[in-house]
Ligand binder design. Structure first.
Ligand code: PGA
Length: 250
């Protein structure tokens, strides 16, 4: 299984800034090891420009940070999986904790988006993770199980396992500078794998489980060396080519 190293730019970068980044990144990754895949989740407005900036054969995949669960229609402000594909995307994030917390997305809605995006031909990274309060109440396992059960409810059993990944992102580690320690990552990733196995059987072994939350060039190598960690989802440290490239090749 290839490691997936993914940048989540959130609401950052104009088209011009994104293009400079993509060109520099492609240059930096010319000798990317074969066992790694790189993805950039850019804001919707920069996706077309990013796609145009990537040369044919560039080993950087593009993704949307969210999508709506319909092909088209009266959904003001929303973007469909087909529109993302039209901008050069092959991936999408669903259920990022900022969308859950700030925009009130429920597990059920995240599940609809996940199933619809996969059916529309996009690969999906479903994001899950507990708040500090939930962890301190001992609810980690229950929270992850519920997010995964509902988030994957509409995904068919015959899904191609490489097309579906889960990002474990503890909410208390996102943008806070506080990374989960090795024990915390190991424990949570084992729980995610267990849930995937319950749902998909042996195929679960071929689904990637990414870690996200204050990943930096300094801690990336240690995190990806842990069991059940098949990649990283990087926010703040993905905004500069230099630090993202160092993480990707860590
Ligand atoms: P961070 O964000 O790396 O800035 O903590 C990660 C994420 O939200 O995906």
């Amino acid at each position: 299984m290839k490691l997936l190293m993914a940048a989540n730019w959130k609401m950052h970068k104009t088209r011009a800034e994104a293009v400079v980044f993509m060109r520099e990144l492609a240059g930096r990754l010319s000798d990317l090891p074969e066992d790694r895949e790189v993805a950039v989740f850019a804001p919707f407005t920069a996706l077309g420009a990013c796609s145009d900036a990537l040369e044919k054969g560039a080993r950087v995949r593009l993704g949307g940070q969210d999508c709506w669960a319909a092909e088209q229609g009266a959904f003001t402000g929303e973007i469909s999986p087909d529109m993302l594909r039209d901008c050069g995307c092959s991936l999408v994030l669903t259920g990022h904790s900022e969308r859950r917390a700030i925009l009130g997305e429920s597990n059920a809605l995240v599940g609809e988006k996940t199933a619809f995006a996969l059916a529309s031909g996009l690969d999906v990274i479903l994001c899950v993770g507990e708040t500090l309060e939930q962890r301190e109440l001992g609810a980690l396992e229950a929270v992850l199980a519920r997010q995964l059960e509902e988030g994957l409810a509409g995904v068919p059993a015959d899904v191609v396992p490489e097309r579906l990944s889960v990002a474990y992102e503890p909410v208390w580690a996102i943008g806070t500078g506080r990374t989960a320690g090795p024990e915390e990552v190991l424990g949570a990733h084992a729980l995610v794998r267990q849930c995937l196995r319950r749902r998909f059987g042996d195929k679960a072994a071929e689904m990637r489980v990414l870690y996200g939350g204050s990943v930096k060039p300094e801690n990336a190598a240690q995190i990806i060396s842990l069991d059940n960690v098949d990649g990283l989802l990087i926010g703040g440290a993905s905004l500069q080519v230099e630090s993202f490239a160092r993480i990707v090749t860590a």
